[in-house]
Design a protein around this ligand. Structure first.
Ligand SMILES: *Cc1c(COP(=O)(O)O)cnc(C)c1O
Length: 399
């Protein structure tokens, strides 16, 4: 399987071992426990000397297929899954951090991750240093002062900033820190951070991996030795992915490469269109040549992703008029779905933050995140066009 290209792996990787009775699709195994007539065999499975399943909080055949498929796509030795992306992030951090440790991260992490850093890790006396997201000199300087974990996200949510992964890995190596990256926005089709030396890549599988906004899940990939530690934390603390969720994510992943290709194209075309509008103050998309991270993105990504954001003149007032006019795009939380989704960070990814905190993170109140679906792009542009054209004259005059 490892010689196959990514698209073929999306279809076939992780499945063979779980197919029974000539079934061509992985079954959803709902059983929580597994029978062993032979006590010796039971003991061997329970102690990890033999492959098998004991209890649903630990492992399950359907979730295993999901984990094996993601690991194959990321080029990882192993993967372990979680009930949500946030569970993957928190469990991974808590696996490797203890009182007195230090994390170096960026200001623009996902809103929930930011809350772990500011609210929960300080309770166990873990210090988190937040650097200006695209200030690589500052990041490098902080890492070299010494830390246990370097935690980055690229592209970031919601302004699509780009971090130079190799540069961070190089700095982290000098101080023996683990590099953990949230790769949700890129998906393994566009970016495989383990190839660049990162220790662990994690995803909110709820987004692009599943792709249909019908299942929550998370996953972390890396070397077997690291993944075993994360798995142990999760099996005890219990944030297990359920079998039906695993099946939905597994099924979604069979079209991952096709969806991402189309979403990359659609996002690029929509970004280019938005650039032509007077009422749009800024468009944030790493595929645009004037994006500050474009050159780094070109080096470390195979595609620029399906998410962009844009800021409108007139801020929230303009958005209050604009968003209800959109006919195709759903105004909703989440991203990476086959259908186009739009939403201001103030009500979605960064709802946990105050307006002041959002401003400090460089998120304008007139910002909208646009997650391109797989619709025909002409229709997506037409939808935006009619929405902008239907705005009252006063909005244009004020802007
Ligand atoms: C959605 C998201 C998460 C959290 O994932 P859930 O599945 O909602 O828990 C983490 N990181 C990023 C970048 C996300 O977009």
């Amino acid at each position: 399987m490892s010689d196959h290209k990514l698209g073929t792996k999306a279809l076939w990787a992780g499945e063979a071992e779980q197919l029974r009775y000539g079934a061509t699709q992985v079954p959803v195994v709902h059983s929580v426990s597994y029978n062993y007539d032979d006590l010796e065999e039971w003991y061997q499975v329970a102690t990890g000397q033999k492959e098998g399943h004991i209890y649903g909080r630990n492992t399950n055949p359907t979730t295993q297929a999901f984990e094996d498929k993601v690991a194959a796509l990321e080029g990882a030795e192993a993967a372990t899954s979680f009930s949500s992306g946030m569970a993957a992030i928190s469990n991974t951090l808590y696996t490797f951090l203890k009182p007195g440790d230090k994390v170096v991260s960026i200001k623009d992490t996902y809103g929930g991750t930011n809350k772990i850093f500011t609210e929960f890790l300080p309770r166990i006396n873990v210090d988190v240093v937040f650097c200006e997201t695209e200030d690589h000199d500052e990041l490098e300087k902080e890492v070299l002062k010494g830390c246990q974990v370097v935690y980055i996200e690229t592209p970031t949510n919601p302004t699509l900033k780009i971090i130079d992964i190799e540069r961070m890995v190089k700095a982290a190596r000098k101080v023996d820190a683990l590099v953990i990256i949230d790769g949700t926005f890129a998906s393994p089709v566009n970016q495989t951070p383990l190839d660049l030396g990162v220790d662990l890549v994690l995803h909110s599988a709820t987004k692009f991996l599943g792709g249909h906004s019908d299942a929550l899940g998370g996953v972390v990939c890396g070397d077997k030795e690291l993944i075993e530690q994360v798995y142990h934390y999760r099996e005890i603390n219990g944030a297990t992915l359920n079998p039906m969720g695993a099946y939905l994510l597994l099924r979604g992943m069979k079209t991952l490469h096709l969806r991402i290709e189309r979403q990359n194209e659609n996002a690029m075309r929509v970004a280019q269109y938005l650039k032509t509008l007077d009422l749009v103050e800024d468009v944030y998309y790493p595929g645009l040549e004037d994006h500050p991270g474009h050159d780094i993105a070109k080096r470390q990504m195979r595609g620029f992703g399906g998410v962009l954001s844009f800021a409108v003149k007139g801020g929230l007032e303009t958005l209050h008029y604009l968003l209800p006019q959109m006919k195709l795009a759903k105004r909703a939380a989440s991203l990476g779905c086959v259908q186009t989704i739009i939403g201001p960070p103030g009500t979605t990814s960064h709802v946990e933050c105050t307006p002041e905190e959002r401003a400090a993170m460089g998120i304008p109140e007139g910002l909208v995140r646009y997650s391109a679906g797989i619709e025909d792009v002409d229709d997506l542009i037409e939808d935006l066009d009619q929405a902008f054209k239907s705005l009252p004259e006063e909005i244009y005059q004020k802007a």
